[in-house]
Design a protein around this ligand. Structure first.
Ligand SMILES: [Zn+2]
Length: 556
């Protein structure tokens, strides 16, 4: 049976029930328009030198938060915080580890890994120090537990108090090429997952073996983590996390395996099979990390448009855009202010302009719309993580997150990119909306790099909430085929995370306006829909969502 036939049967089945037929959605062309001049004006303020690059905990934060609250109030939006304010306080800690060696021992033999050259490690414990002391090393392959792929690297082996050695990324399984999304990276491949599963298993430490190709970046990127890193302060001061989280180079990992009487390449091969079992290495690891700590109170800013349907107004569609950027930093070409116009003043401007458009739409949304501008994205998606783990509104009543991180500033495109395309039904909404503009959806061209896990929407996804991660199109109307790649590479090379990320004279927001119109249609239609959007079968976040919705049924 083809899908159309199935739809016909379902429609016939539905029409027999007493439920009223669902209203046809308002066509995209009849939604209130989004104003490019307003986007530019907000971007100009937020990316001005006066705002000092919007670093968390600085004068730039104060000004940004005040501006956002002011704008939300002017639009008549209600405070998004349950305490009657427009802010959610986000406690952050900056942790700077002191250099320390990692000592590996087997009997009288010893291998010492040098800080930064061979090993980069830290502790997330909000404490003056943390250590592993003669902790037994166990190689756990990719360290993954993924029921939807029938995968468990632990096989019931107790690894409490041990230090786990893991491979980065997810396995390419020779006899099952579709496992773990094929070429695309699933969340099981991200380094953050490795430390989280180690924590769930009660391990004392986790060491990831760095390999450039599967990681997607060289060891230098890991070495940057020897400076101050920010994290959230959880009620347990992160003491539930493993004592030591770190990376070791592949060359040193090979020496470690040799010391253990093992062969790295052979182990790696075994690790790509479902039969793999943890391999105790007979080697112990010792390391003590001393911290310098400082705490910062930052803020998420949130405003809501209350839903018009009393039965649905406690259900939410969320839009996110991070307000923070890098603040004042090292001087480049005589400039120290990292203005972050494209990253992400313009995304916040888009959020404000969408909020304005929402106040004009008819009929008014049935469900509530939450406009959430989060902090500390640049420090590791911390503001959105804080919202997602301590949500103001229950996540089981949150239908979707739509995230904006950067907007297209080079004119209209025939396409719109969706990172992680095919993850959820939100992609179908976006596809339908783009089609009304005569545009097409393009999947992420570099899905193996795991970009879906690198912006704020991901924290919603991880907790189970379907999340849309749109990116700029690349097929520009009236421009040569290579133009899209050219402007993207130009930005990455010259302006990304540099003081020169400012508004440029040649910006053309006509494409951004069309993209925002799509985001508007998606959120609005979800807010009006009879049904919650779902993850697609096989998606790694579906089980979490299913469990959440099941537990929220009355009587459960
Ligand atoms: Zn950004």
């Amino acid at each position: 049976m083809n899908r159309l036939a199935l739809v016909a049967i379902l429609v016939a089945a539905c029409s027999k029930t007493s439920a009223p037929p669902q209203q046809a959605p308002v066509p995209l062309s009849q939604l209130p328009s989004v104003d490019p001049q307003a986007i530019l004006a907000h971007t100009r303020v937020l990316s001005s030198d006066e705002y000092e690059g919007r670093g968390p905990g600085t004068k730039g934060e104060e000004l940004t938060v005040r501006y956002l609250i002011d704008q939300f109030q002017k639009l008549g939006l209600k405070p998004g915080g349950t305490d009657g304010t427009y802010v959610q306080k986000v406690p952050l800690v900056g942790i700077t580890p002191a250099p320390a060696p990692l000592v590996l021992e087997k009997g009288s033999r010893r291998l010492t890994l040098t800080w930064k050259d061979d090993v980069v490690a830290w502790t997330k414990h909000v404490a003056n120090s943390a250590s592993i002391n003669r902790s037994e090393l166990v190689f756990v392959g990719y360290g993954i537990v993924a029921p939807e792929y029938k995968w468990d690297d632990y096989k019931g082996v107790d690894v409490k108090g041990k230090t786990l050695v893991m491979l980065v990324n997810d396995p390419a399984v020779p006899d099952d090429p579709q496992a773990f999304g094929g070429r695309a990276m699933t969340y099981y491949g991200r380094w953050t997952y490795k430390y989280e599963i180690g924590m769930q298993k009660g391990a004392a430490g986790v060491l990831i073996v760095h390999e450039t190709e599967p990681a997607g970046y060289p060891f230098e990127v890991v070495q940057a983590k020897t400076t101050e890193q920010f994290d959230l302060v959880t009620p347990d001061k992160n003491m539930g996390r493993v004592n030591v989280e770190g990376w070791i180079t592949r060359d040193r990992a090979k020496e470690l395996m040799t010391l253990a009487g093992q062969d790295f390449d052979a182990l790696k091969k075994q690790a790509a099979t479902r039969e793999f079992k943890p391999v105790p290495l007979g080697v112990t690891a010792s390391m003590t990390i001393k911290n310098t700590l400082r705490t910062i109170d930052s803020q998420n800013v949130l405003a809501k448009l209350e839903g018009s349907d009393p039965a649905l107004q406690d259900e939410y569609v969320v839009y996110t855009a991070h307000w923070d950027h890098l603040g004042i930093g090292p001087e480049q070409n005589g400039d120290r202010i990292y203005n972050g116009a494209k990253d992400n003043a313009i995304g916040v401007a888009g959020l404000l302009e969408l909020a304005r458009a929402y106040t004009k739409v008819s009929p008014a949304p049935k469900r509530s719309i939450l406009f959430l501008s989060v902090t500390a994205e640049e420090q590791g998606l911390l503001g959105s993580q804080y919202y997602a783990v301590t949500p103001v509104y229950p996540l089981r009543k949150t239908l979707a997150d739509i995230n904006m991180d950067g907007l297209n500033v080079h004119g209209r495109t025939k396409d719109l990119t969706l990172i992680g395309y095919g993850a959820s039904e939100l992609d179908d909404y976006a596809k339908a909306a783009a089609a009304e503009q005569g545009r097409v959806i393009r999947p992420d061209p570099e899905s193996e790099k795991g970009f879906y896990y690198r912006s704020d929407h991901f924290n919603f996804a991880k907790q189970g909430v379907p999340a849309l991660d749109p990116d700029e199109g690349t097929d520009f109307i009236g421009k040569p085929a290579e133009y899209g790649t050219q402007v993207r590479d130009d930005y990455t090379e010259h302006d990304y995370h540099k003081p020169s990320d400012v508004i440029k004279a040649d910006w053309d927001l006509s494409g951004a306006v069309e993209d925002l119109q799509v985001f508007f249609a998606v959120g609005y239609r979800v807010a009006q829909s009879a049904k919650y959007p779902d993850w697609k079968p096989g998606n790694e976040f579906k089980a979490t969502r299913d469990a959440m919705l099941k537990n929220s049924e009355p009587g459960n």
